[in-house]
Design a protein around this ligand. Structure first.
Ligand code: PFF
Length: 453
């Protein structure tokens, strides 16, 4: 492990981790989940979930990664040699690759929509035309496949360039740009006529609207959004140097991710209300309704609305890329460090593997829509398998591992840098309590209640 790369600075660590966290989960998934589960009250539950349950998992992954400076499989084998914990290492190599396959399909759509926005294809005259555009595009064969190829190709290109020149450089440049873009779009959105109802929807909680499954939805969303349970935070933390404060980088990542999700809510919901569209329109919200809204609401004329649409889909594309690279890195690090394969070959291998599954996921919107796995299309099956099962299972196992299997002194050592970080030392008992008891018990309870519901 002597010539293993590390991130160059604290800013680089936070930008890379926030880059993994901030993605389609924030811009595409968060607004429609908030819409489905009733707005502000759900956001409050989500925030509590992030800090009490997801942050301890993020820290657990960071502790394992930074302790060992190894890929997920190597890390588990080192910390618990000769035990079944290595399966957790393997699980976290498989799950990000499945996620990457279907995530890249949506990443490809955002690339396609960026091109459509540049070609001024969103016309305000006809709502059916714009909303129908999505169904027609996603169910076609070659367009989505070409975009999938571009998206995965870009991901592989960044990963191929390495940790410092690829991941760090791309994240450090793109994350600040993303924040500026999302703020610009949110400002545009809240100033549209009729947008205030959308703002109220996001800030005025109505707890009567909270259903019992809102808790498992909030937990699932926060795991997905923070890229937890699949080893991406572990692998990024394995590139963090020993003098970095992982409590600060972890908390910073969670805060940025939450801030971005809320900003995305303000970019999407006020526009949705302004156009008189139901906030609970589901996954199509971003791709079906927003292009119409942008076209229709172009208060400053066609060019302003086209510019906003371009910025919006550019934001989604870049945010998706900073996440997809983290998924690919888990498998690449494993191949390089455990199998002795060169980085180029490992990247190419993972690229082709995910491309094949990605093609199947993409075709499941059209040609292969009749192929059902346990009643789901291939895309939905992969999504359900990962976000409902594998991520939760992985997250649960990471907290159990750190809370119950790892030596407490080693955990303290990682979180406090050998006792030198005084504030961390004071907070350690509370954080350890969250990792050992609160996170696993609550996650298990929500998981089981979701199964029984
Ligand atoms: N956190 C990413 C998002 O919100 O879009 C999704 C994600 C990234 C999930 C990495 C899983 C993962 F390993």
């Amino acid at each position: 492990m002597t010539n293993r790369e590390n991130f160059g600075s604290r800013a680089a660590v936070i930008m890379a981790m926030a880059g993994s966290a901030i993605g389609l989960g924030n811009i595409w998934r968060f607004p429609f989940i908030v819409g489905e589960y009733g707005g502000a009250a759900f956001i409050l539950v989500y925030i509590v979930c992030c800090f009490l349950l997801s942050l301890p998992i993020l820290l657990s992954e960071s502790i394992i990664g930074r302790r060992t400076h190894q890929n997920t499989f190597g890390a588990m084998s080192t910390l618990a040699p000769g035990t079944h914990w290595k399966w957790l290492g393997l699980l976290t190599i498989v799950s990000p690759l499945i996620i990457l396959s279907y995530y890249s399909v949506v990443g490809g759509w955002s690339f396609a929509y960026l091109i459509k926005a540049c070609a001024l294809q969103f016309k305000p005259e006809n709502v059916e035309e714009v909303t129908g555009m999505f169904a027609a595009f996603s169910s076609s064969v070659w367009g989505p496949l070409a975009c999938l190829l571009v998206f995965l190709g870009l991901t592989a290109l960044i990963i191929f360039s390495g940790v410092k020149k690829g991941i760090e450089k791309f994240s450090k440049i793109s994350m600040p740009v993303l924040f500026v873009l999302i703020v610009v779009i949110a400002v545009y959105s809240v100033t549209l006529p009729g947008a205030m109802d959308g703002v109220r929807y996001l800030v005025k909680p109505d707890f009567s609207k909270l259903s019992s499954d809102a808790f498992s939805a909030a937990l699932g969303q926060s795991f997905f959004s923070l890229s937890l349970g699949v080893g991406t935070m572990l692998i990024y933390s394995s590139y963090v140097s020993k003098d970095e404060n992982i409590l600060v980088s972890g908390t910073g990542t969670a805060l940025f991710d939450m801030l971005f999700a809320i900003l995305a809510g303000f970019a999407v919901m006020p526009a949705v209300f302004a156009a008189g569209i139901a906030p609970s329109s589901g996954p199509g919200l971003v791709f079906e309704t927003l292009p119409y809204i942008f076209a229709k609401m172009g208060a400053g004329g066609q060019f302003l609305s086209a510019a906003v649409a371009i910025l919006f889909f550019l934001t989604i594309l870049v945010a998706a890329l900073t996440s997809s690279i983290s998924m690919m890195e888990v498998g690449v690090a494993y191949m390089v460090e455990e199998k002795g394969v060169s980085r180029t070959k490992a990247t190419a291998g993972i690229f082709f593997l995910t491309l094949v599954l990605g093609i199947l996921c993409s075709l499941s919107f059209g040609t292969l829509s009749g192929v059902k796995l346990l009643g789901n299309t291939i895309f939905n099956f992969c999504d359900r398998l990962c976000s409902n099962w594998l991520m939760t299972l992985g997250a649960l196992m990471f907290s159990i591992f750190v809370g119950w299997k790892m030596d407490k002194a080693a955990v303290r050592d990682e979180l406090t840098n050998g006792g030198t970080l005084k504030a961390n030392s004071r907070m350690f008992p509370f954080i350890y309590f969250l990792i050992k008891y609160i996170a696993p018990l609550t996650i298990a309870a929500i998981f089981i209640s979701g199964l029984l519901a």
